[in-house]
Write a protein that binds this ligand. Structure first.
Ligand SMILES: NC(=O)c1ccc[n+]([C@@H]2O[C@H](COP(=O)([O-])OP(=O)(O)OC[C@H]3O[C@@H](n4cnc5c(N)ncnc54)[C@H](O)[C@@H]3O)[C@@H](O)[C@H]2O)c1
Ligand SMILES: N[C@H](CO)Cc1c[nH]c[nH+]1
Ligand SMILES: [Zn+2]
Length: 787
């Protein structure tokens, strides 16, 4: 702050500013404390000043006028400095804030004339230019540069007098009032001198289209779209937004706006990585700015507040309020479960009645990010891999998986070192699982063509062909999944795919793939293992790179980045690549009745909860008593505490629920609506209810059928549709690795049977070429009457 005048105000500050508005241009003010009785009076005056001045200080004759606590209070509430002739030092007050030397330029505001004010500025200025002018930087209220101009002593005096942007035009050699002809005028807000007093800074409020004669906001073009521009847009929308628009809805529905702020804040909390965090933060800023504008609070007000907080000399401890650290229902549940929470925070599921429509809606909402948001994050990754191939792949592996590799793939035959550490027990377990999966998938293989004679002489057939080159994604972010390798590799082999490529993120510690995944890869005849994960692995297989072959279909589960990338490439005709299904974060819905074993129920819920924080587990209870619910919650809690992935489980459980139904029928309907990846029936006569299931990836029937068996060894596939896609997708099966070709063969007799129908329909479609292809043949066969 180098303005040469520091006006000192007494109690009558308002009237003085009405009489002498030019004083505001100093941008700084001092309050004479001798005119105020208490620290509260000083702060009230300082608050009033804060609208007009960037900096406010206090002048004390004697520091003893206030005690230490009061001085701290003054400095903690936006006062920059306390000037005091008689000095005392306090340990808790920095010497830079309690100053004994009286600043230069201090002058009584009520005695100050306009001429004296201008003269004080002009006498301080020196010009280093031949024409005697002063370089003047013009900035807006957010201190964004509008342009560079020149001022003369006369133009400065006039600018101060009229409080407008008035400069000296070198081209016209005359005083120039900005906007006098264009209407793009400027209100002068404050004037600063630079460190050696040879240049000025005018802070102005710019009216009209902007500062530049080319009608841009600044002489350097328009400003980029940051918070200041967002504020302008929203202010504009506040007065002009069309009825029915989203912004209008937000302005008029406070509850919706507040809910969006909470929602975006939560998404920001959960966001990871620079891109995702900046994306979520931008969303949050949007809703916050909407709230500010709708409440008449400006960005400047917020900045003033930040400034004030920055001046605090004592700070609060900053702990979060308990309600944000613990779930609201904790206390009830603690009582109910009688859990010693001092040792272990309870792991419990929310409970809702099926009649609570909103509660159920919340319970069955999957904790996933909007596809559009994830797409925005994966698209640049895909484009980069498409353009830069292996180089980009290696860079992303270093960035996301923390491994610096020199080559992207392991080629078959996989070198021995990759199998190190594989025990016989593990090999036998994998062999048993592979065999069961092979049996079940081989049984699905249709080898003979299907032949149907639809009319005498019209033979239609259909036969399968393997998809030639398949890319199998084996997740490896939070857990290494050799079971997924076999669930995908075995049916690919059974179907007869010619090239099987595996992709999986490499292990952080040694940059390798797990020996179990390597073992399965060699058993199913994979030609390569791409050491990469996420969107980058999907892109590499979809488009091919120098080392990764382009495949025809990509299969396999993965997190939201993997799923979004699969969906992107399948929509890109350039990739010419299909996918199996959106198989995202694991989920389970367990239907249990009063007779279900609570330990079994809890273990099934936890087995999927441990997959990832974005997994979801739901228990649909049929006529469960309160005591039963408590026992299930207790079992979930005590089993969870023993799990190594407890922290993941805890997060998953925060969006997992028990829904209470009144009948088996209602429970199955609830499940059909949710369309779970896995449905577990732990109810009496479970088999009888299978026929009522319309939507589910895979069903586990009866108390002794844990979902884990399907995950590993029984024979069914564990790559299954999630997000509710079980409504329209099947889980992975042998036909997922095949396509079907149809063929037909027609004899003259057959042509006689269907030819007229073909001609008739072709005619109505206006496709005479089609009609002719039949007509010519039928004519030659003498099947049509001569005309
Ligand atoms: N539906 C099914 O059939 C099925 C089967 C098995 C597993 N799953 C699910 O698969 C998922 C596996 O997820 P995972 O994370 O453990 O492994 P993953 O291999 O799917 O994902 C790990 C990769 O994600 C990428 N990634 C991580 N953070 C990123 C970021 N901020 N930006 C861009 N990329 C990023 C990295 O490249 C990393 O290699 C789990 O949700 C699990 O529930 C589903
Ligand atoms: N349950 C997962 C599918 O949602 C598959 C899996 C692999 N390993 C253990 N489980
Ligand atoms: Zn599982």
């Amino acid at each position: 702050m180098t303005f040469p005048i520091l006006p000192i105000f007494g109690k009558d500050i308002d009237n003085v500013l009405i009489d002498k508005p030019f004083l505001k241009l100093a941008g700084q003010a001092v309050l004479d404390a001798s005119e105020f009785a208490t620290d509260a009076d000083i702060l009230a005056a300082a608050k009033k000043c804060s609208n007009n001045f960037k900096s406010i200080s206090i002048f004390l004759d004697s520091v003893e006028q206030f005690n230490e606590k009061e001085l701290i209070n003054i400095l903690n509430n936006g006062v920059d400095k306390i000037y005091s002739i008689k000095q005392i030092t306090f340990e808790s007050i920095p010497p830079s804030r309690l100053v004994s030397n009286i600043p230069t330029g201090l002058a009584r505001a009520d005695d100050m004339s306009l001429d004296a004010f201008s003269e004080a500025v002009l006498s301080k200025l020196k010009s280093d230019r031949k024409d005697g002018l002063y370089t003047t930087l013009v900035v807006d209220e957010a201190e964004r540069c509008l342009g560079l101009v020149y001022s003369s002593k006369e133009s400065i005096a006039l600018a101060i007098k009229k409080e407008r942007g008035i400069y000296f035009s070198r081209s016209r050699n005359e005083i120039w009032e900005k906007g006098a002809t264009s209407g793009n005028t400027q209100k002068l807000i404050s004037v600063d001198l630079d460190c050696d007093s040879d240049a000025l800074k005018f802070i102005v409020g710019q009216d009209g289209v902007g500062f530049c004669h080319l009608e841009t906001e600044s002489c350097f073009g328009n400003f980029s779209y940051g918070l200041v521009e967002l504020e302008k847009t929203l202010l504009n929308r506040l007065s002009n937004a069309v009825e029915g628009s989203y912004t209008r809805r937000l302005f008029s529905d406070e509850e919706l706006l507040n809910a969006k702020i909470k929602e975006e804040a939560e998404e920001l909390v959960e966001a990871k990585g620079k891109d995702e965090i900046s994306w979520e933060a931008a969303d949050l800023f949007y809703f916050i700015m909407t709230k500010l504008v709708s409440c008449g609070v400006s960005l400047k007000d917020v900045e003033n507040n930040l400034n004030m907080k920055n001046l605090k000399i004592t700070r609060r401890k900053g702990d979060a309020k308990p309600k944000f650290l613990k779930k609201k229902e904790d206390s009830i549940v603690e009582k109910k479960l009688k859990i010693d929470t001092s040792k272990d925070e309870p792991v419990f599921l929310q409970v809702v009645e099926s009649s609570d429509i909103e509660g159920v809606q919340g319970a069955v909402t999957r904790p996933i990010q909007k596809t559009s948001e994830i797409m925005h994050l994966v698209q640049p990754i895909i484009e980069n891999v498409k353009t830069n191939g292996d180089k980009a792949l290696l860079e992303y592996t270093e960035k996301f998986d923390g491994v610096k590799l020199t080559s992207t793939c392991i080629e078959a035959p996989i070198p021995e070192e990759y199998f190190e550490g594989l025990t016989d027990e593990m090999k036998n377990s994998l062999d048993l699982s592979i065999e069961n999966v092979r049996k079940f998938h081989a049984a699905q293989l249709q080898e003979e063509p299907m032949v149907v004679e639809t009319q005498p002489g019209v033979v239609c057939s259909r036969f399968p062909r393997p998809i030639e080159r398949v890319g199998l994604y084996i997740p490896g972010g939070t857990a290494i999944l050799p079971s997924t390798a076999l669930m995908l590799g075995v049916p690919a082999q059974v179907a007869g795919c010619k090239e099987i490529v595996f992709a999986s993120p490499p292990c952080k510690s040694d940059g390798k793939i797990s020996p179990e995944v390597a073992y399965v890869a060699s058993k199913v005849g994979a030609s390569k293992i791409v050491l990469a994960g996420g969107a980058q692995a999907v892109a590499a297989m979809a488009y091919g790179t120098e080392s990764v072959p382009k495949v025809d279909k990509i299969l396999g589960p993965g997190n939201q980045f993997v799923t979004a990338a699969k969906m992107h490439v399948q929509n890109d005709t350039q990739a010419l690549c299909s996918i199996d299904m959106p198989a995202g974060p694991s989920e389970v819905l367990v239907v249990a009745d009063e007779d279900a074993d609570e330990d079994f129920v809890a273990s099934d819920l936890l087995s999927q909860a441990e997959h990832g924080i974005d997994s979801q587990v739901i228990l649909v209870g049929v006529n469960l008593s309160k005591a039963k619910i408590d026992r299930i919650q207790q079992a979930v809690h005590s089993q969870a505490l023993e799990l190594p992935r407890l922290e993941i489980v805890r997060k998953c459980i925060t969006h997992s629920t028990i829904i209470l139904c009144k009948s088996y029928q209602e429970a199955i309907e609830m499940s059909n609506k949710y369309a779970p990846e896995h449905l577990i029936l732990q109810i009496n006569n479970a088999n009888d209810y299978v026929k009522l299931v319309d939507n589910a990836g895979s069903i586990f029937v009866g108390a002794y059928t844990p979902e884990s068996c399907g995950d590993y060894s029984s024979g069914t596939n564990h790559t299954l549709p999630t997000y509710g896609y079980a409504r329209q997708y099947s889980g992975c099966n042998t036909s997922t690795f095949q396509k079907f070709i149809t063929a037909q063969s027609i004899t003259p007799e057959g042509l006689d049977k269907i030819g007229r129908a073909v001609m008739c329909i072709a005619k109505v479609e206006g496709l005479d070429g089609h009609r002719n292809a039949v007509k010519i043949r039928m004519n030659k066969l003498g099947l049509l009457p001569k005309v």
